[in-house]
Design a protein around this ligand. Sequence first.
Ligand SMILES: Cc1cc2nc3c(=O)[nH]c(=O)nc-3n(C[C@H](O)[C@H](O)[C@H](O)COP(=O)(O)OP(=O)(O)OC[C@H]3O[C@@H](n4cnc5c(N)ncnc54)[C@H](O)[C@@H]3O)c2cc1C
Length: 214
Amino acid sequence: MQIAIAGLGSSGSYLLRLLTNAGFNVSGFDPKREGFYIPCGYAANSNTMKDLLSLVDIEFSRYIESEAGEITFSGSSQKKVRFKSLGLVTFDKNRLEADLLKGCKWERKKLSGSFDLIVDATGISRYFLPAEDDYRMHTTEYLTSLPEKKDFQFNYFPKGSGYFWIFPMGDKYHVGAGSSSMSGIKESLSSYSAEKVVSRDIRLKPLLRSSYEK
Ligand SMILES: Cc1cc2nc3c(=O)[nH]c(=O)nc-3n(C[C@H](O)[C@H](O)[C@H](O)COP(=O)(O)OP(=O)(O)OC[C@H]3O[C@@H](n4cnc5c(N)ncnc54)[C@H](O)[C@@H]3O)c2cc1C
C-alpha cells in the first residue's frame, strides 16, 4: 500500500517518521520553503513530548529552549494567578520538524501522484478535507528581545475574546496575541519590537460558542 502525507508540520512530519520506521511505504509532501519561520508559540508539555518522541527514537530534551518556573495568568476580569509549572517548555520546533524528516521519503512540493491512502496533515488549510465551521481567530507573534527576564505569561482579553502571551525562547521571547479583533492584537503588541513577525489564523474547536461571540 502506498501512503502519502500532505503537510509536514508537527503532525505530518511525526507521522511520516513513525510510519517510515514501522516499514510502511510512505511519502511526505510540503511546499514550505527551507528556513521558513513556522508561526507558532513553540510551547508544549515536555513530559508528553518526551513520551511521543521516544517512539521515534528522538530525545526531546535536545530541543528545549526554556523551561517555565511559574506561569502567570491575568486578565481584565480576573485576579492575577501564579502557579508552578508541571513541565511547560518552549522548544526549537523548526529543528525538530527538520530532524523528524531525516531518513524519510519526502518532497518540497504539493502532493502529486496517485496513492492508496492520503493523509491530510495540512493543518488549518484542510487542503483535502472538507472545510469545517470551526471558530477562527487571528494571531500575530513576534520573536523579540526584552530588557528584563520574564517567565511564561498569559493575559486574557475581556469576555474571552482572545489572549496575549509571553513565552521565553532561550535568550529571546515569543510575544503574541490571538483574538477575534485585529485591533486588539495590534494594541497588545504595540510596545514590542519584532525581529521576526509571523501571522496566521488559528482554528478553535468551540466549547461554548456563546462565550466568545457578542
Ligand atoms: C501564533 C500561534 C501560536 C501557537 N502557539 C502554540 C503553542 O505554543 N503550542 C501549541 O501546542 N500550539 C500552538 N499553536 C497551534 C499549533 O501551531 C498548531 O496546532 C499546529 O501547528 C498544528 O500542526 P499541524 O501539523 O496539524 O499543522 P501545521 O503546523 O499548520 O502544518 C501544516 C503544513 O501543511 C503544509 N501545507 C499546506 N497546504 C499544503 C498542501 N496542499 N500540500 C502539502 N502541504 C501543505 C504547510 O506548509 C504546513 O507546513 C499556535 C498557533 C499559532 C498560529
